[in-house]
Structures are given as structure tokens and as C-alpha cells.
Design a protein around this ligand. Structure first.
Ligand code: NAD
Ligand code: TYD
Length: 351
């Protein structure tokens, strides 16, 4: 094998697309997927690659330092692509400690394991930390996040990710660990856990349930199709400069309410409903505490230096996403089970 890569969180939404892309496109790489399989981790996301000879799965928890040290000894990783995290803002509001533990302590455990094994001269070693644009805080109606925007996280989720980014940079500057960081905007696409806006809305439309829109639906997000994010990760992994940060975004800003209306129209057609039928399900509910108004990414660095740009238009991406959820009812019904229903009722009943 040319190199052995640890992908953490590879059974999750973005991680599974990264594992698939790397395992299929680079048969010379051994891809080791380390995942705790929390509520968000799902090995069904990887059925089509699990038998490839260059793929291995390891169940484990990044907050367990001894386990991580042992894993590094057993596999002698050349590189890490670190995606494992608690990732949902609403859950971070009701239960922040899990976010502190996984996103901060877990990241530091990985940094320590890599640091003690990679000497300064290892030419191929790289710790690639996958982060979010939410570390930059909230924009007003103008402006974009660049790599130089000061950090201003405002939710327990974004504060824990910002903290992990700081740790990664500290290990680079202090211990010369070879690192790279990317900060991406909101992803959507197949395999996303239906707690996030787009898959939650698709499921509720399909099952004729209310679509909960927080506040007045005026918050703005910059949406990127998940395979475009995986392509950017591939490019940065191979061509990015050590010590650098790259912002990744779709140049695709949508007010939540406009996005939901567009999705309703797409779903009406797919479900054979009269035009406007699904929009009747839109229900404005109590706003999220501390709800960031707007995120938007300036992706000129990754596009000018590395030649990346999004390839999937929003309409095309939403169509593909809706088709995937409609064609994968088994996947959906397996995750919409006891724990999910409990979570859903706590979040949305009497909201
Ligand atoms: P996800 O919640 O779908 O998946 C997270 C994965 O991490 C799951 O498979 C889970 O089992 C695993 N995990 C959680 N805690 C763990 C632990 N202690 N030890 C080992 N594994 C653990 O998340 P996602 O949406 O795929 O996000 C992946 C990464 O990308 C995260 O770091 C997130 O911050 C970042 N990110 C996400 C988005 C987005 O829009 N979803 C945007 C930018 C950046
Ligand atoms: P989400 O998918 O949770 O991503 P993030 O909070 O990381 O941006 O939410 C996207 C937007 O949709 C955000 O402004 C919150 C809003 N939202 C709703 O209006 N209703 C919902 O049920 C959810 C989950 C989110």
C-alpha cells in the first residue's frame, strides 16, 4: 500500500462520502474508518465499499486516548482525515458536554497520537482537520467569511469546533505537526441524518407532517452538495499547503423559507401532488436560541489556488437528494426509530 489513511467519523454523513471516494479512487491507499457509531453513525452508508480490499472498519471512541494510541500503533497511519464530531447545533444547545468531549478532547487525543508517531521529517504525514464555517460567527446582510475572518463562534457546537481548530493550529505551531484545515458551509445530500433541515423536511413532506421552520425562516445558509465537499477534501489532501486553511462553500445562499418552498415544489412533482400542496405543511415555530442569521463563504482561495469549484447546481442537488431519500425508505425507516422519535418529540412538540 502507498499509504494508510485514518478517516474518523467515516460512518457519518460527510465521512461516508469521503471514505467511498478515497477507497474507490485510490486502490493504493488503505482506508481505515474509525467510528463510534453514535446515533449519527451508520454502516449502511458504506455497504457498497465495505468489501473493498483497501477498506477496514474499526469501532472506537476518539475520546478514549489509550484506544487511539493503540490504533495508531496497529495501523501506522501516514495521514488522518478527521471528521468525527457531534455535529448538530440543536443537540449542542440541549446537551453541550458531549460536544466538548468529542469535538475538543477527542481532537486533542488524535493530535497527540499523531504527534508522538510522526517525526518532523515524515514527508507524507498530514493531519487534515475538517471544520465548519460556523466558527466565524454570524454575518449581517453583506460580507463573506474569508480564511482571515476572526473567529466568533456563538453556539456550543461552533465554539467546540472553533476550539478544535485552535488546538490543531497550536499543535502545528508548537510541535510542527503537519496539518491542514478546511472550513465548509452547510452540506446536503444522500445519507444525511434527518435531524438537519433538508432531510428532515423531505421526510416530513413525504409523510404529510408539518415542516418546522424556525422563526420567520429568514436565516440564510450557503449550501453545498456533499460530493462537491468530498471532492474539495480530496484536492486539499493531495495539493493543499501544510499549515494552511481553506474555506469551502457553494456560492449558493438561500433563506430557509425560500429553500423550503423550492423543495416543496420539487417534492410535489415527485409525489404527484397538485402544485402548492406540500407548502401547506410549512409551520413557523419558536426560533432556535442564539440562531445565527447568515453564513456565506468566500471560496476564492480554494478555487484560485487549487482549481476547485462546486459542480452540482442547487436544483440538481436537491432533485438527487430527494430521489435518494424516496428510493431508500429502508435506510430512512431504520434511522427514524425509537431514539429519533424521542429526540423529535423533545425538539418539536409544543415548539
Ligand atoms: P455526522 O453527525 O453525520 O457524523 C459524525 C460521525 O462521527 C458519526 O459517524 C459518528 O458516529 C462519529 N462520531 C461521533 N462521536 C464520535 C466519537 N467520540 N468517536 C468516534 N466517532 C464519533 O456529521 P457530518 O455532518 O458528516 O459532519 C462531519 C464533519 O464535518 C464534522 O466534523 C462537522 O463538524 C464537519 N462539517 C459538517 C458540515 C455539515 O453541513 N454537515 C459542514 C461543515 C463541516
Ligand atoms: P441545520 O440543518 O440544523 O444546520 P445549521 O444549523 O448547522 O446551519 O439548519 C439549517 C437552517 O435551518 C438553520 O438556519 C436552522 C433552520 N432549521 C429550521 O428552520 N427548522 C428545523 O427543523 C431545522 C433542523 C433547522
Amino acid at each position: 500500500m502507498e499509504k494508510t489513511i485514518l478517516v474518523t467519523g467515516g460512518a457519518g454523513f460527510i465521512g461516508s462520502h469521503v471514505v467511498r471516494r478515497f477507497a474507490r479512487n485510490y486502490p493504493g491507499y488503505m482506508i481505515v474508518n474509525l467510528d463510534k457509531l453514535t446515533y449519527a453513525g451508520n454502516l449502511d452508508n458504506l455497504r457498497d465499499v465495505e468489501n473493498l480490499p483497501n477498506y477496514r472498519f474499526e469501532k472506537g471512541d476518539i475520546t478514549n486516548a489509550a484506544f487511539m494510541e493503540d490504533l495508531f500503533d496497529r495501523h501506522r497511519f501516514d495521514a488522518v482525515i478527521h471528521l468525527a464530531a457531534e455535529s448538530h447545533v440543536d443537540r449542542s444547545i440541549t446537551g453541550p458536554m458531549e460536544f466538548i468531549s468529542t469535538n475538543i478532547i477527542g481532537t486533542v487525543n488524535l493530535l497527540n497520537a499523531a504527534k508522538s508517531r510522526w517525526t518532523a521529517g515524515s514527508p507524507d504525514s498530514l493531519f487534515f482537520h475538517i471544520s465548519t464555517d460556523e466558527v466565524y460567527g454570524s454575518l449581517g446582510s453583506g460580507g463573506l467569511f474569508t480564511e482571515k475572518t476572526a473567529y466568533d463562534p456563538r453556539s456550543p457546537y461552533s465554539a467546540s469546533k472553533a476550539s478544535s481548530d485552535h488546538m490543531v493550529r497550536a499543535w502545528h505551531h508548537t510541535y510542527k505537526l503537519p496539518v491542514v484545515i478546511s472550513n465548509c458551509s452547510n452540506n446536503y445530500g444522500p445519507n444525511q441524518f434527518p435531524e438537519k433541515l433538508i432531510p428532515l423536511a423531505i421526510h416530513n413532506i413525504q409523510t404529510n407532517k408539518e415542516i418546522p421552520v424556525y422563526g420567520k425562516g429568514e436565516n440564510i445558509r450557503d449550501w453545498l452538495y456533499v460530493e462537491d465537499h468530498a471532492a474539495a477534501i480530496d484536492l486539499i489532501f493531495h495539493k493543499g499547503k501544510t499549515g494552511e486553511t481553506y474555506n469551502i462553500g457553494g456560492n449558493n445562499e438561500w433563506k430557509n423559507i425560500d429553500l423550503i418552498r423550492l423543495l416543496c415544489g420539487i417534492m410535489d412533482k415527485k409525489l404527484g401532488r397538485p402544485e402548492g400542496a406540500s407548502e401547506k405543511l410549512i409551520t413557523f415555530v419558536r426560533d432556535r436560541a442564539g440562531h445565527d442569521l447568515r453564513y456565506a463563504i468566500d471560496n476564492s482561495k480554494v478555487s484560485s489556488e487549487l482549481g476547485w469549484k462546486p459542480s452540482v447546481s442547487f436544483r440538481e442537488g436537491l432533485e438527487k437528494t430527494a430521489d435518494w431519500y424516496l428510493e431508500n425508505e429502508k435506510w430512512v425507516s431504520a434511522v427514524i426509530c425509537g431514539n429519533y422519535l424521542e429526540y423529535y418529540n423533545e425538539q418539536y412538540n409544543n415548539r
